[in-house]
Structure formats: C-alpha cells, structure tokens
Design a protein around this ligand. Structure first.
Ligand code: 5RP
Length: 218
C-alpha cells in the first residue's frame, strides 16, 4: 500500500469515533483531508465542526458541512487530526502544515483527541521530524538564538505565513527525551506563539495505518 492509501484507511476508520449529534474538531493535512471526505458521508448526523485551518474550513464547506466559530462552543466531543510524529506515550510533533496554533486550540477544547497516522509516523523518541514553532515575525531572530541555546538548529520556513499572520521556525537536530519539559521551556520564550510539541496534552487514541490494517494505540 502507498503512504496515501494508509492515510486514507486511517482517515476513514476515525469515523467510528464520531457519535450522532456530536461536535467534531477537524484537523489539517492530507490525513485529516481523508477524514473530511469520510465525515461528509455522515454530515446530516452531526451538530457541526470546528476547524483548525482555513484550508480545512474550505474543504468542510465545499461538502456543506457546518463549520462553527471556536468562540461559539464550550467543548468538542472529539478532535480528529494527523501528526508528523507520535511516540508510545501518545505525545506528538505537529505543525508540518503550519496549522499548529489552531490545532492546539481546537484540541484543547476536545474531550477526546483521535490521532490518525500512517505507521511511518510512530517513533520511540520524538525529534527526527524538525519541530515547528510559530513565532511573531519581529521575534524571529531572537527566538532562533534561544533555540540554538537549547541545542537545536532552527531554520526559517521561507515564504510561509500562518493563518494567524506569523512565521514558522523548524528546529532540526533535537533529540526530545523530555517532551513536556521542552514544550514548557519553549512556550516560555517571548515571541513564541505555539510550539508544535503536543506533550502536556497528547492524543487519547492513535489510529495507525499499517499494511495489515488499522491498529489502535491508547
Ligand atoms: C498540520 C499538521 C498535520 O497533522 C501533520 O503535518 C501531518 O500531516 P499529513 O497528514 O499531511 O501527513 O500538524 O499542521
């Protein structure tokens, strides 16, 4: 199976976690897009969605799926999204698609985070995938110097402006042995909007697409 076929299989398998009359948080990326295709088949059965990016909002609306403003909801029943890496403690690196800030906000509202990934994303130690960090543009160089001090090599993602008008630094060469500690530390650097480490609040369930079927990890 190709990687995209594995992504499609997990995207569709997440449907069983969407209960009738629920409010659904929707992630961003190619795996989440497969989930949106699946969600469209039961759109009449859900209350609505909250989206984590303009791209996902557009896709949801193209199917006629209701998209609510985040400020209109107190909580979400479930949030379904992909990841760039996930470890066996259900902690993740996210933000490959630059949507990390809205993804963190929407996941914070959700009672349950279902992570949908193909098997290549499951790792023992996070950090091979460069860690995305959303930064206020005027703080870019300052934040980059602070990240150097933490042992990483930040690279400015040229030409990318987030949905919130900020920029992304991708931090290479970090071996993330203590994800919660690092998430807290980077969050404390002035100018950082969001670090793409989802460690304090990880996934509740991971659906992993493999060549022999979709596996579940809790
Ligand atoms: C976007 C994300 C995505 O979930 C992550 O990049 C995985 O993307 P894909 O499903 O295309 O592999 O965090 O900001």
């Amino acid at each position: 199976m190709t990687q995209d076929e594995l992504k499609k299989a997990v995207g569709w398998s997440a449907l069983k976690y969407v209960k009738p009359d629920s409010l659904v948080g929707v992630g961003t990326g190619s795996t989440a897009t497969h989930f949106i295709d699946a969600l469209a088949t039961i759109k009449g059965q859900i209350k609505g969605t909250v989206s984590s990016s303009d791209a996902s909002t557009q896709k949801l609306k193209s199917y006629g799926i209701p998209v609510l403003d985040c400020n209109e909801v107190d909580s979400l029943d479930v949030y379904v999204d992909g990841a760039d890496e996930i470890n066996h403690h259900m902690q993740m690196i996210k933000g490959g698609g630059a949507a990390l800030t809205r993804e963190k906000i929407v996941s914070a509202l959700a009672k349950q985070f279902i992570c949908i990934v193909d098997e290549s994303k499951v790792v023992d130690v996070l950090g091979k995938f460069p860690l995305p960090i959303e930064v206020i543009p005027m703080a870019r160089s300052y934040v980059a110097r602070e990240l150097f001090k933490l042992g990483g090599k930040p690279i400015y993602r040229q030409g990318v402006v987030t949905d919130n008008g900020n920029v992304i630094l991708d931090v290479h060469d970090l071996i993330i042995a203590k994800p919660i500690e690092l998430e807290n530390r980077i969050n404390n650097i002035p100018g950082v909007v969001t670090v793409g480490l989802f460690a304090n609040k990880g996934a509740d369930i991971a659906l992993i697409g493999t060549s022999i079927g979709v596996k579940e990890m809790k």
